[in-house]
Design a protein around this ligand. Structure first.
Ligand SMILES: Cc1cc2nc3c(=O)[nH]c(=O)nc-3n(C[C@H](O)[C@H](O)[C@H](O)COP(=O)(O)OP(=O)(O)OC[C@H]3O[C@@H](n4cnc5c(N)ncnc54)[C@H](O)[C@@H]3O)c2cc1C
Length: 295
C-alpha cells in the first residue's frame, strides 16, 4: 500500500498533523497508541480556549475522532522499523504491516526519565508529577519537593516558589548552572542533598523519604530529571538526532532528510500542548504539500 503521508505517533502533535494533512486531501495514516501519549491522564489548564481544566484523555479522543472524520486511517500499533527507499519511505508496524509513503512525520514525543522508586507510579497524578510548568497551579499553598540535579530542576524549584508554601529541592549532586541555583535559593527554595528512596502517602502523597533519612512532609513531588526521545526511528530514516536526542527541523518542520518531518515534544522544549499542536499543524501542512508536489 502506498499513501501520501504516514504519521508516527498519535499524541496531540501527530493528531493535529493528521487533521491538517487530510484536510489538504492527502491520504494519511496515523500509527500509534492513544493511551501512550503524554497527554493521556493529564489535566490541562493553560491551553487556548479552555476554561478551568480539561481532561487530556478527552482531548485525545476528540482529536482522534476529528482526524478520522477528515479521512485519516488509524493503526493502533507501534512502528518497529522505518527505512528510506529512494524518494519514498517504508514504515513497518509491530504486526508486520508495511506502508510506503511520500512524506513521513515523526511525532513520537519524549518519555520522561523516571526515578524508579516505590510510590512513584502509585501516586502519579495524586501528588507525583513530571512537569512543574504544567501542574504548578494545582499546588497553591501546599508543600512540594522538586527532584533533580540539572538546571531543569533549579528552574522548576524557583517556579514552584510562586505557588507552593514551601519548596524543597532534593539533589544528589547539583549540576545546574550556578546562576539558576542562586536564583532558586534567593526565591526561598530549601536545598537538600540526598537520594530519594520512597514516595509515601495514603490517598495522596504525604511525604518523601530519603535514603538514610530524613522523611520530608510534602503534598507534591516533582520529578524533573529531563526526558529522552524515541530517536531510533529517526536514525533508521537517516536523521541524526541532536546531542540531547531532539530532532532539528527547519521552518517547514522538515528534518535534514527531505520528506521526513518532525513535530511536538521530540523537537525540544517547551514540552507543552500548545507547541505540539502548533507544530503538528505546520508539519501536516508541509508533509501533504511535499507528497502532492511529488505526483
Ligand atoms: C503529567 C503531565 C502533565 C502535563 N500537563 C500539561 C499541561 O498542563 N499543559 C501543557 O501544555 N502540557 C502538559 N503536558 C505536556 C503535553 O502533554 C505534551 O507536551 C504533549 O502531549 C506532547 O505531544 P506529542 O504529540 O509531541 O507527544 P505525546 O503526547 O507524548 O505523543 C507521542 C505519541 O507517539 C507515540 N509513539 C512513540 N513511539 C512510537 C512508535 N515507535 N510507534 C508508534 N507510536 C509511537 C506514543 O505512543 C504517543 O501516542 C503534560 C505532560 C505530562 C506527562
Amino acid at each position: 500500500m502506498t499513501t501520501d503521508v504516514v504519521i508516527i505517533g498519535c499524541g496531540p502533535a501527530g493528531l493535529q498533523a493528521g487533521i491538517h494533512s487530510s484536510r489538504k486531501k492527502a491520504s494519511t495514516v496515523i500509527i500509534g497508541k492513544l493511551q501512550n501519549s503524554a497527554l493521556h491522564g493529564a489535566h490541562i489548564e493553560n491551553y487556548f480556549g479552555i476554561s478551568g481544566s480539561a481532561d487530556g484523555s478527552d482531548l485525545l479522543e476528540k482529536g482522534m475522532e476529528q482526524a478520522l472524520s477528515f479521512g485519516c486511517r488509524h493503526i493502533g500499533m507501534n512502528v518497529t522499523a522505518a527505512a528510506k527507499e529512494g524518494d519514498l519511505f517504508r514504515v513497518t508496524t509491530e504486526s508486520g504491516e508495511e506502508i510506503v509513503c511520500r512524506s513521513v512525520i515523526i511525532a513520537t514525543g519524549i518519555s520522561r526519565k523516571k526515578l524508579n522508586i516505590p510510590g512513584e507510579k502509585e501516586f502519579l497524578g495524586k501528588g507525583v508529577s513530571y512537569c512543574a510548568e504544567c501542574d504548578c497551579n494545582f499546588y497553591k499553598g501546599l508543600r512540594v519537593a522538586v527532584i533533580g540535579d540539572e538546571s531543569k530542576a533549579a528552574v522548576s524549584s524557583e517556579l514552584m516558589t510562586r505557588y507552593a508554601s514551601e519548596v524543597y529541592w532534593v539533589s544528589e549532586r547539583i549540576l545546574a548552572d550556578g546562576r539558576l541555583v542562586d536564583k532558586a535559593s534567593g526565591a526561598g527554595v530549601k536545598i537538600i542533598t540526598g537520594t530519594p528512596k520512597e514516595v509515601r502517602g495514603k490517598a495522596n502523597v504525604e511525604s518523601l523519604l530519603l535514603t538514610g533519612g530524613p522523611e520530608i512532609g510534602v503534598d507534591g513531588v516533582f520529578i524533573e530529571l529531563g526526558g529522552k526521545s524515541s530517536s531510533d526511528l529517526a536514525l533508521d530514516l537517516g536523521v541524526m538526532p541532536e546531542t540531547d536526542d531532539t530532532l532539528k527541523v527547519n521552518n517547514s518542520f522538515e528534518t535534514s532528510v527531505r520528506g521526513v518531518f518532525a513535530c511536538g515534544d521530540i523537537t525540544g522544549e517547551p514540552w507543552q500542548l500548545a507547541k505540539a499542536v502548533g507544530e503538528g499543524a505546520a508539519a501536516g501542512h508541509y508533509a501533504a504539500k511535499r507528497a502532492k508536489d511529488m505526483k
